[in-house]
Write a protein that binds this ligand. Sequence first.
Ligand SMILES: NC(=O)c1ccc[n+]([C@@H]2O[C@H](COP(=O)([O-])OP(=O)(O)OC[C@H]3O[C@@H](n4cnc5c(N)ncnc54)[C@H](OP(=O)(O)O)[C@@H]3O)[C@@H](O)[C@H]2O)c1
Length: 283
Amino acid sequence: MQPAWAIYLESDFRWAIFAPTVPSTPIDPHMDLHLKDKVALVTGGARGLGQAICLGLATEGAHVAINYCRARQRAAALADRIRATHGGDAIAVQGDVAEAENVARIFEQSEHRLGPLDILVNNAAVWPRAYVREMTEEDWDRTLAVNLKGAFLTCREAVRRWLAAGRGGRIVNVSSAVAFLGSTTGHAHYAASKAGLVNFTVSLAREVAAQGIYVNAVAPGMMRTEMALDALETNQAGYLQRIPLGRIADPAEVANTVVFMASDRASYTTGATIDASGGMLMR
Ligand SMILES: NC(=O)c1ccc[n+]([C@@H]2O[C@H](COP(=O)([O-])OP(=O)(O)OC[C@H]3O[C@@H](n4cnc5c(N)ncnc54)[C@H](OP(=O)(O)O)[C@@H]3O)[C@@H](O)[C@H]2O)c1
């Protein structure tokens, strides 16, 4: 029996008994994320933040489908490494997330090898540079297609499968601090796609919360990955000025937040976008 609280209501001349407000499962003081044998699909998982997320999930005991578009060798090497050193299974799955038929195939290959999916991480993105005055329609369309439509297609596929099977699941969408700040460096299309992803996260979270499907996002600031390499080479000091923690993130630091949000430890959070920006965002 859980203890209850009794409060004397002076206006009513009576005692009121309040039921305890504790979670249905006991609070575990350990940081075991309970991801052992969960199955996760990470888009753009072969390098950068995606790779760190795959390794983070594998470290917690999950089996990982590593989606890649062009980085075939890196994806295969990462899958080998996870199988050899983490104890879980891993598979590299090729596919452009902007194409619906590719997305269906990515899920089929993943499920065929690893079983039904528990976790989807939408990490794949492109970050082309062009100020609006010189931006082509192709630039705009491709950025929105990979960063936003790609996440829609994978979320739709995951949600359809979970609803059909009557099971819950967890989605983490990788957005960006620029979703809230806007871009000052010629990435308006990217910023718009990431802002769209934040709002899409909220809408989908509302749609499927009752079915036990959690949908959250993480907003990184600046990380040391290939995406940011040129920008950091030319303007590291400018970025550092805007980061209260005073340093560029290692992708593994942001991956930790993503992995936590992919776990049942984040059991009372859905529709949220978690800031992992070294304080750049502080909304
Ligand atoms: N780096 C930063 O400072 C920063 C800041 C804020 C947010 N983010 C976000 O963090 C996430 C990871 O970025 P990152 O820095 O790790 O970038 P990255 O090193 O450039 O990696 C991008 C990943 O996206 C994949 N990708 C691109 N187009 C794809 C497509 N059409 N289909 C499937 N995969 C595709 C790439 O796969 P292939 O190599 O196989 O083509 C690659 O694995 C992105 O969502 C990015 O927007 C990054």
